[in-house]
Write a protein that binds this ligand. Structure first.
Ligand SMILES: *Cc1c(COP(=O)(O)O)cnc(C)c1O
Length: 401
């Protein structure tokens, strides 16, 4: 069978519009397409391939587990899941873990847990969930409603209720919505899809205080920011604010689908047997790979390397900007960076992405005005240099029309 991009349109639901080329293999931070054209990968599968493509340790973990046991369902537990949960709880504030298969499912579990917890401890009036405009929490109907982009949640009929949105980095807007009816506040400790927006230290601390004041749970969606992405194992660790529930996915599997919700022992009590579940969640194959991802990432070399590589990106992007004057700001943390377009290039982030692909570079956008970079956490310095050289050519093309 000849597999082409045209065939995609004939057999796929049209919700995606992928690039014209079809990648067929990857190694580290390089990708090759069907024509054997090579690309530098600054996209990392949208902050998923935290150890690049086909990292030898992850391939080994997958092969090892692949010859032992793939799947059981939650009628039985398994060793990789228990080991992974033990490591996650040892490394974070949490004492209990629920496994899912994606970020949205981890968030769905977090939101359902928050509602149950509030019902168990405070009665049925405490059901309001507050999140933030521009936030992103996944595409199930509950999570997309909690997300702050109506373009994603409108058009599907009546939405789940008691969900409200405050303005990120505006504590007064949150305070105005909060009351003792607030059951949880869900936020990204660094907004990803919404444009790479870091919270101010006062804002995150203030959110925590408001949650404490109103007996509401604080849920950190670390699906994009977690597992070393910001240079800390989880972003909350660099913010000095501890959530009650944390969700993690994307980088956790390094490319193998997995998600997890982490919480404390007391809050976890509300997910009694039968209250929630997933057929694949905690699948041994996924957990074996994720365990290895954590082992490799949670080292001073890798986490320290993120900070060093962030600087290479910032220096390179600033140098490009001095020449071409396209960005108003380089923002984000660690290897989740955004180059925000200035007035002159508003709405044109996708043009930079398309020009990059032409120059054999994969990058991302975060909305219409930000070019986003979420490469492997172990991307070699040479690949950063080469990728930035290609990006400069792409920028030149856009600037020169
Ligand atoms: C990607 C993302 C999700 C959704 O994860 P899926 O695996 O696509 O369901 C949720 N929250 C944040 C912050 C994300 O970046």
């Amino acid at each position: 069978m000849k597999v082409t991009r045209e065939l995609f349109n004939e057999v796929m639901v049209p919700n995606y519009n992928p690039a014209a080329m079809i990648p067929v293999r990857g190694k580290g931070s390089r990708i090759w397409d069907q024509e054997n054209i090579e690309y530098v990968d600054f996209a990392g599968g949208i902050a998923v391939n935290a150890l690049g493509h086909c990292h030898p340790e992850l391939v080994a973990a997958l092969k090892e587990q692949g010859e032992k046991l793939w799947h059981l369902s939650n009628v039985f537990t398994n060793e990789p899941a228990i080991r992974l949960a033990k490591k996650l709880t040892d490394l974070t504030f949490a004492d209990r873990v629920y496994f899912a298969n994606s970020g949205a499912e981890a968030n769905e579990a977090a939101l359902k847990l928050a509602r149950r917890w509030a019902l168990d401890h405070h009665g049925e009036d405490k059901n309001q969930i507050i999140s933030f405009k521009q936030g992103f929490h996944g595409r199930t109907f509950f999570t997309v409603t909690v997300g702050g982009q109506p373009a994603y949640s409108d058009g599907f009929g009546p939405k789940p209720g008691a969900v409200e949105h405050a303005v990120y980095n505006d504590l007064a807007s949150l305070e105005a919505l909060m009351s003792d009816k607030t059951c949880a506040v869900m936020m990204e400790p660094l907004q990803g899809e919404g444009g790479i927006i870091s919270p101010t230290p006062e804002f995150v601390k203030g959110v925590r205080e408001l949650c404490d004041k109103h007996n509401a749970l604080l849920i950190f969606d670390e699906v994009q920011s977690g597992v070393g992405r910001t240079g800390d194992l989880y972003a909350y660790m660099g913010l000095d604010v501890v959530p009650d529930i944390l969700t993690t996915a994307k980088s956790l599997g390094g490319g193998f689908p997995i998600g997890a919700m982490l919480t404390t022992k007391d809050i976890a009590e509300s997910l009694k047997p039968g209250t929630h579940g997933s057929t694949y969640g905690g699948n041994p194959l996924a957990c074996a790979v994720a365990e290895r991802v954590l082992d490799v990432i949670n080292t001073p070399e890798v986490l320290g390397g993120v900070k060093h590589k962030e600087q290479l990106f910032r220096d390179g992007l600033n140098a490009i900007n001095e020449k071409y004057q396209v960005f108003s700001e380089i923002r984000g943390k660690g290897l989740l960076l955004g180059a925000a377009l200035n007035e002159k290039y508003q709405g044109r982030a996708r043009d930079f992405l398309v020009a990059s692909v032409d120059e054999q570079l994969m990058c991302l956008v975060a909305g219409a005005n930000v070019v986003r970079f979420a490469p492997s956490l172990v991307i070699p310095d040479e690949d950063i240099k080469e990728g930035l050289a290609r990006f400069e050519r792409a920028v030149a093309k856009v600037v020169n029309g």
